[in-house]
Ligand binder design. Sequence first.
Ligand code: MRU
Length: 339
Amino acid sequence: MRTIEWRDGVVLTINQLKLPHETEILELRTCGDVAEAIKTMKIRGAPVIGVAAAYALALTAHHSKAKNREELLMELERAAEILRATRPTAVNLFWAIERVLGKAKKMHDDVRELASAIISEAITLAEEDVAANRKIGMHGATMMEDGDTVLTHCNAGALATVDYGTALGVIRAAVEQGKRVRVIATETRPKLQGARLTTYELKRDGIPVTLIADTMVGYVMYRRMVDKVIVGADRIVNDAVINKIGTYQIAVLAKIHEIPFYVAAPKSTFDINRTSAEVVIEERSPEEVTCIGRERIAPEGVDVFNPAFDITPLEYVTAIICEDGILYKEDIDKIKRKH
Ligand code: MRU
């Protein structure tokens, strides 16, 4: 199945906390269920968080007993507030909420028609995500050469999107074209999305993958074991790419070793009117760092800093691959000037 699906008034999704050992399908029936799943990272990855939020508004509309348009709009606003408070960094969440709410506000139909339009908009958004990923894959695959070893960080695969993935979509597309591509996946402490999810997806697809600890990136680059780096993004701002913690140090190492550093992301991840200084970087619980799984590894009472994302200035990014094509610095500057 896809990572997330709408089925007759229920949202089905894979519980990403249980992978790779168990494939548990969650049945989410209310906006609160979806918000909890996003907050606890049962659903994670910028594009799928956005689609989940859109489906949460669809659930609100589907189950609403509102007697008129105004009542339904108020319920949707309340649901949107709950969703906005789940995770602060990935812009796709806010983008999807605004898109669905914007559609609802523009419509003046009767309450039932309004509810079904909201559900259709959420389903459209999910379909667009898959289509965008396919295009990202197609554009990005032109940058991959037969025999490449590509390093990726975190999970920007099918599980982080509705299907196919962004960074892993590029790798999948290259492999579909017959190119032999090997992947090095970083484990991605503290939540281990690379070790648990990226390796799971690639192994399932028969794409060769080697897992390394985050601390080994410099060594594999020094030993010339990496031809390219490709990662996803949670938000692309005026001056930087914001992505999973650890991305920045990989980008700096890639530059020093003259290895191209690509970012693959749909346009729903672009927030070009903002600078990195304006973005809230999520900080998560200390236990994610003091423990590995359920086992505590650090002494009680130690101070912990646990930012979930970091900021990679655009000067470290070779190109951004989006559904419209490959954007180099000049193209990004042009987009910036338009805003
Ligand atoms: O904290 P997460 O797992 O939601 O963070 C995910 C990432 O940082 C991904 O790289 C990003 O969302 C891009 S996914 C296509």
